[in-house]
Design a protein around this ligand. Structure first.
Ligand code: NAD
Ligand code: TYD
Length: 356
């Protein structure tokens, strides 16, 4: 079995759902259930004995020790993090606590467990750390995309805390021999994305008749990857990645924020038109820019393709259509997140399974 951390968040829950759909290997899912953790994401697994959910913190060494000793995973996949740049600008404390100190404690617990494994299990064990392209900083308009050798130049408290965690993972390999893998991925989008990030926020606000807030001139560029493609890349790296290596994961989809918002509006005009006949584009408003806003990210994912044969299955056009359709088909999920009702649901359904 494998231990997944942060598996109630956006990417982690997509990963757990896909993992269990692809094979029979069980998952222990350790998640603190911060505002971003939502067990409703995992509702399809209710009653599935292959999924064990544990509410807890990656920084709780005693709990992680118990989970590792009790379940004896062959791998740990670390998604748990504070992940929203805007929140990190308002207050970075939680980012340092989870992304830096939490990763350190998790690495130490895993090192202790791994060190005690019999030889063959020790050799086969993997710690896969999920990270971001934001550690590399911001690119000039004509600069080549980020390769794995790009210098780390994080600019936000979020990216600085992720860069620190990447460095810790690297050091635990070089110093202690822990068999680690790191993936640095571009911006994800798709089902179960918390609606405070750009794409789900725009869909949800558009349908609610609210303004669509574009920061600054909207000409910032991000490289978008459909979340299921990120999950398939992680499965591939876990299965065949070279120990100690990092792999960049990206969708070859560089778009300006304004182009993204226009695409969402056009899809909604087609799939769920406004009753007054106007385009959703009329709701776009330019608002004050984010401080220190990175201008451009772009991922060169050729190493992953060359070494492990991975390529994304979705184009941006197919992925964004699926995403908009998913939000239209799941108003209850959106309503649950917005009202905070999922928290009550968690308490009622899972209160008894908290901690191990
Ligand atoms: P998310 O914010 O949606 O989910 C994070 C999850 O981690 C939540 O379920 C939360 O409850 C849990 N968590 C937070 N602190 C914890 C702690 N101390 N202990 C245990 N669980 C904790 O984030 P996401 O978008 O799913 O991102 C997952 C990972 O992927 C993060 O490491 C992020 O840096 C990385 N990443 C995200 C993107 C993206 O576009 N979203 C892109 C590249 C990399
Ligand atoms: P976000 O989804 O927060 O991801 P990240 O900052 O990690 O790339 O934002 C994506 C881009 O969209 C980023 O350039 C900021 C911009 N943005 C807006 O213009 N308006 C918004 O309301 C949000 C949330 C983001």
């Amino acid at each position: 079995m494998i231990l997944v951390t942060g598996g109630a968040g956006f990417i982690g829950s997509n990963f757990v759902l896909d993992w269990l759909a692809e094979g029979a290997e069980p998952v222990v899912n350790l998640d603190k259930l911060t505002y971003a953790g939502n067990l409703a994401n995992l509702a399809p697994l209710k009653g599935d004995a292959r999924h064990v959910f544990v509410q807890g913190d990656i920084g709780d060494a005693a709990l992680v020790d118990r989970l590792l000793a009790g379940h004896r995973p062959r791998a740990v996949v670390n998604f748990a993090a504070e992940s929203h740049v805007d929140r990190s600008i308002h207050g970075a404390e939680d980012f340092i606590a989870t992304n830096v100190v939490g990763t350190f404690r998790l690495l130490e617990a895993v090192r202790g467990y791994w060190g005690g494994l019999p030889e063959a299990e020790r050799a086969a064990f993997r710690f896969l750390h999920v990270s971001t392209d934001e550690v590399y900083g911001s690119l000039a308009p004509d600069a080549p995309a980020f390769t794995e050798d790009h210098v780390f130049e994080p600019n936000s408290p979020y990216s600085a805390s992720k860069a620190a965690s990447d460095h810790l993972v690297r050091a635990w390999h070089h110093t202690h021999g822990l068999p680690v893998l790191t993936t640095n991925c571009s911006n994800n989008y798709g089902p179960l994305h918390f609606p405070e990030k750009l794409i789900p926020l725009m869909i949800v606000n558009a349908l609610a008749g609210k303004p669509l807030p574009v920061y600054g001139d909207g000409q910032q560029v991000r490289d978008w990857l459909y979340v299921k493609d990120h999950c398939s890349a992680i499965r591939r790296v876990l299965a065949a990645g070279r120990v100690g290596e990092t792999y960049n994961v990206g969708g070859w989809n560089e778009k300006t924020n304004l182009a993204i918002v226009h695409t969402i509006c056009d899809l909604l005009d087609e799939l769920s038109p406004r009753t007054d006949g106007q385009s959703y584009r009329s709701q776009i408003t330019h608002v004050t820019d984010r401080p220190g806003h990175d201008r451009r990210y772009a991922i060169d994912a050729r190493k992953l393709e060359r070494e492990l044969g991975w390529r994304p299955a979705e184009t941006f056009e197919t992925g964004i259509r699926k995403t908009v359709a998913w939000y239209l088909a799941n108003p209850d999920w959106v309503q649950g997140v917005q009202s905070g009702a999922y928290r009550d649901w968690v308490a009622a359904q899972y209160g008894a399974t908290s901690a191990a």
